[in-house]
Design a protein around this ligand. Structure first.
Ligand SMILES: Cc1ncc(COP(=O)(O)O)c(C=O)c1O
Length: 389
């Protein structure tokens, strides 16, 4: 008997939800079903809400430190779920993974250094490189039989002495590719050879579907650990993104000191009281919720894929290995990104993420968030058909 009822529809409009309340600002349409932003339409684990409630009732929200028990909770989560032994003092806390990407770029590279990534990728990767005035180097991923592959020969050919950092997305968003240990090993060997540090955004690491296995990049070898900054967060795993709490795992002392000094200079070393509390409760008590939510998402993925294959045969779905974001190849429709956007928003009344936002290589794709009650999913799929069939 399940503990959680993810079929329950909980109204989110009017709660300042980016996903539900910002569609007019972002897309110019208010009356659309939102299946874009990567958060879930589910309540988080009961234990997280209980911990927040207890603190709220205390009524004093003064400056809050990260207790040792929080570090232990992170440590034991990584050991238990991903067989990765990390030391407590490798952990640096920060308000989010995007801020972590920016902090790593700013503290580990100089202006005009080059930072490399695999495209298409979560769009803030591009923004953080550009806005911090580093030079962007792109290695396109290859989409073959519904999965992304890295072209490591191309990747290596793009490296010169100015390339200082790789921003890696593991598992990959978009596309949901869970990089295999072997793929990561080959990639890491190139980075070691060329003295490139690796910032691994592993925020989706807990959302891996049956039959696939996520390997933390830094866990592969001591050599990889020594060149890496791994970014994780309970916010994606347990649907608490508004609480803004993340962790950078930095085994190398010198790299850690650079990143920590940067945070001190920025004055961003403190976290929000509720973020700290929620993080610990989630990592300590969130197993049941995560098991149940993953099973629910897995079924939603199957429903969506079956529907698209039978009702919209021109579309091709990337076979999801991880994440709750379905990546749909619409290139056979021969529509531009703008045409797709207008068609989905106007005809379908459906707000998705459109591929070009994730880099030129994402052109012709759409990203649909299936972490929602089945009734919403079915409504979204019907709208997709209404727009594109
Ligand atoms: C790959 C990836 N990294 C980072 C984030 C956001 O992280 P945060 O909210 O901790 O800044 C997301 C959210 O969708 C994501 O998909």
């Amino acid at each position: 008997m399940a503990t959680y009822n993810f079929d329950q529809i909980i109204k989110r409009t009017g709660t300042s939800s980016v996903k539900w309340d910002e569609t007019t600002n972002v897309f110019g349409y208010g009356d659309v079903l939102p299946m874009w932003v990567a958060d879930m339409d589910f309540q988080c684990p009961n234990e997280v809400t209980a911990a927040i409630r207890e603190k709220a009732e205390h009524g004093i929200y003064g400056y809050t430190s990260v207790p040792l028990s929080n570090r232990e909770a992170v440590q034991s989560w990584l050991k238990k779920r991903h067989d990765w032994n990390v030391e407590k003092d490798w952990l640096s806390y920060i308000s989010g993974v995007v801020p972590a990407l920016s902090a790593a770029i700013q503290s580990l590279t100089e202006q005009n250094d080059k930072v490399i990534l695999f495209s298409p990728v979560y769009y803030p990767f591009f923004d953080m490189i550009k806005w911090n005035e580093r030079k962007l180097v792109t290695s396109p991923l290859h989409f073959e039989n519904g999965r992304y592959y890295m072209d490591l020969d191309h990747f290596e050919s793009m490296i010169d002495e100015d390339v200082k950092l790789l921003l890696l997305c593991n598992p990959h968003n978009p596309g949901g590719t869970v990089w295999s240990k072997e793929e990561l090993k080959q990639l890491g060997d190139i980075c070691v050879r060329h003295n490139i540090k690796v910032v691994a955004d592993e925020i989706h690491g807990d959302h891996v579907l049956k039959g696939h296995s996520y390997t933390p990049f830094a866990s592969i070898s001591e050599e990889f650990a020594q060149i890496s900054v791994t970014c994780i967060a309970p916010t994606k795993t347990f649907n608490i993104a508004g609480l803004q709490a993340a962790v950078m795992i930095i085994p190398n002392k010198e790299i850690r000191e650079h990143v920590n000094l940067f945070q001190m200079k920025q004055g961003t070393i403190m976290l929000n009281t509720f973020g700290i509390i929620a993080m610990e409760a989630a990592y300590r008590y969130g197993d049941t919720w995560l098991r149940e939510v993953l099973a629910y998402i897995e079924t939603n993925m199957e429903i969506a894929i079956e529907y698209i294959e039978s009702e919209l045969p021109e579309l091709r779905v990337a076979k999801p290995e991880g994440t709750y974001l379905l990546w749909i190849d619409c290139r056979a429709l021969k529509m531009t990104d703008e045409e797709l956007k207008e068609c989905l928003l106007q005809k379908g009344k459906l707000a998705l993420d459109f591929g070009k936002k994730f880099g030129d290589e994402g052109d012709g794709f759409i990203r649909m968030n299936v972490a929602c009650p089945k009734k919403i999913l079915l409504d979204g799929l019907a709208r997709l058909k209404q727009a594109l069939a």
